[in-house]
Design a protein around this ligand. Structure first.
Ligand code: PGA
Length: 247
C-alpha cells in the first residue's frame, strides 16, 4: 500500500508569532491515521519547530546542491539531517523560475539528500504553454529523466514525487482530476518501465496547484493521486485539516 501524504508548503509566509500559532493549532488536530502529514515552513523556523510537533513531519523547502564550503546563504543536506529532518522539497517551480535552477542542480540536490539518508519531495510540472502545445507529458518526462537514468531502486524508493502544473500554482486554476490522474499514471508508467511495477506501485505521487478543501476529495479519489502538496491553503489550519481529511 502506498503512503497517502498531505504536505503543506508555507513558502516565504508568516512571521514568527503567526508561524508558531499555526504549527501549534495544526499539531493539536486529529488526523486520520493513514495519512502522513508534512509541513515545510521557512527554514529559519525549522529547528525550533522540530522539538515542538508530535503529529506530523517537518520538511525543508530547499537544500544546497553542494556538500559544504563557500556558498553564502545556503545550507546542506548534512545540516538538515543533523536536525533529524527526513524530507526536503527540491525542484519547486518557484526555485526553477526565480533562482534559475536547472535539472542538473535539482538532481544534485536530490543526491545530496540521499547521501544524508533523507527523502526528496521532487517537484515536476509543465508551464501553461507546454500544456497548450500538448507537450506536457514530454516536459514532465524530461524533468524526471535524471532520476530514471541515474538512480537505483533503493534510491528511487525514498522519493515522493509532486506533480505541480505551474499554471495551477497559486492561480486558483486547478488541474481537472482526470488530467491529474492522466499525468500521475503516466509518471507511474515511466517508473514501471525503467524499474518494476512493485517500485512504481510503491512511490507516492502527490498533486500540487490550487488544491483546496473543495477540490481535494475529487483529486484524491483518483487512483494514482496519493495526496497533495498544498501552498496557500496550508496557511489556514481549517483549510489544511479539511484537505487532510479529504481521503
Ligand atoms: P498553491 O501552491 O497550493 O498555493 O497553488 C502549491 C505549491 O506551490 O506547492
Amino acid at each position: 500500500m502506498r503512503k497517502k501524504i498531505v504536505a503543506g508548503n508555507w513558502k516565504m509566509n508568516l512571521n514568527r508569532k503567526a508561524a508558531f500559532q499555526l504549527i501549534e493549532t495544526i499539531d493539536s488536530l486529529k488526523f486520520s491515521n493513514n495519512v502522513e502529514v508534512i509541513i515545510a515552513p521557512p527554514s529559519i523556523y525549522l529547528e525550533s519547530f522540530l522539538g515542538k510537533v508530535k503529529n506530523f513531519n517537518i520538511s525543508s523547502q530547499d537544500v544546497s546542491a553542494n556538500d559544504n564550503g563557500a556558498y553564502t546563504g545556503e545550507f546542506s543536506a548534512a545540516m538538515l539531517s543533523s536536525l533529524s529532518l527526513k524530507y526536503s522539497i527540491v525542484g519547486h517551480s518557484e526555485r526553477r523560475l526565480y533562482h534559475g535552477e536547472t535539472e542538473e542542480m535539482i538532481f544534485n540536490k536530490a543526491k545530496q539528500l540521499l547521501k544524508s539518508n533523507m527523502s526528496p519531495i521532487y517537484c515536476c510540472g509543465e508551464l501553461l504553454e507546454d500544456r497548450k502545445s500538448e507537450n506536457h507529458f514530454k516536459v514532465v518526462a524530461s524533468q524526471l529523466q535524471p532520476l530514471l537514468d541515474n538512480l537505483n531502486s533503493d534510491e528511487l524508493e525514498k522519493f515522493i514525487i509532486a506533480y505541480e502544473p505551474v499554471w495551477a500554482i497559486g492561480t486558483g486554476l486547478t488541474a481537472k482530476p482526470s488530467d491529474a490522474q492522466d499525468m500521475h499514471s503516466y509518471i507511474r508508467a515511466l517508473i514501471k518501465e525503467k524499474f518494476s511495477s512493485s517500485i512504481a506501485d510503491q512511490i507516492s505521487i502527490i498533486y500540487g496547484g490550487s488544491c483546496k478543501p473543495d477540490n481535494a476529495k475529487e483529486l484524491f479519489s483518483m487512483e494514482d493521486v496519493d495526496g497533495g502538496l498544498i501552498g496557500g491553503a496550508s496557511l489556514d489550519a481549517d483549510s489544511f485539516s479539511a484537505i487532510i481529511n479529504s481521503f
